[in-house]
Design a protein around this ligand. Structure first.
Ligand SMILES: [Zn+2]
Length: 150
C-alpha cells in the first residue's frame, strides 16, 4: 500500500465539521485539505456540510430578523398611536384650560367663590391626569421588563 492509498483510506469525516467551524489546529486543517484534494467522498461531504451549515445559519438569521422587525413594527405602531392619542388629549385639555382661565377666571362677572371652586375642580383633574399618566409610564416599564424576563 503506497502513501497516497493510506491517506485515502483514513477519511476525515470527523474533522469536517471542525474544519468548517475553524476549530482545527493548523496540522489538522492541512490533513483535511490534503485528504480532500485526493478523496472525492470527503470533498462532497465537506461541500454538503458547508451548504447545510449555511442554510441553518441563513434561516436562523432571517427568522430572527423577521421577528424583530415585526415586533418593532407592532411596538412603534402601538406606541405611536397611543402617543398621538395622549398628545391630542393633553393639547385639547391645555386649550380648554386656557379658554377656561380666560373666560371664567378673568371675567370680572364671575363670583369669587365660583372661581375658587372651578379652580379646585380643574386643578384636581390636572393632578389626577398627571398621576394616571405617571402610573401608565411605570406600568409600561414593568411590561417591558416582563417581556425581557420571558
Ligand atoms: Zn475521504
Amino acid at each position: 500500500m503506497n502513501r497516497k492509498g493510506l491517506e485515502v483510506s483514513e477519511h476525515v469525516g470527523d474533522l469536517l465539521s471542525g474544519f468548517l467551524d475553524g476549530e482545527l489546529t493548523q496540522q489538522q486543517r492541512q490533513v483535511v485539505t490534503i485528504h480532500c484534494a485526493d478523496c472525492e467522498a470527503c470533498r462532497d461531504n465537506l461541500a454538503e456540510l458547508r451548504a447545510l451549515k449555511e442554510r441553518i445559519a441563513g434561516s436562523r438569521l432571517s427568522e430572527l430578523g423577521e421577528d424583530k422587525w415585526r415586533e418593532n413594527m407592532n411596538d412603534s405602531g402601538v406606541e405611536l398611536s397611543r402617543g398621538i392619542g395622549w398628545l391630542l388629549f393633553l393639547a385639547g385639555l391645555l386649550v380648554a384650560g386656557c379658554y377656561f382661565v380666560y373666560v371664567v377666571l378673568i371675567d370680572s362677572g364671575t363670583p369669587f367663590i365660583a372661581k375658587f371652586i372651578l379652580t379646585g375642580v380643574y386643578g384636581g383633574l390636572a393632578v389626577l391626569l398627571f398621576s394616571v399618566l405617571r402610573q401608565r409610564l411605570i406600568e409600561r416599564k414593568t411590561d417591558k421588563y416582563k417581556d425581557v424576563e420571558i
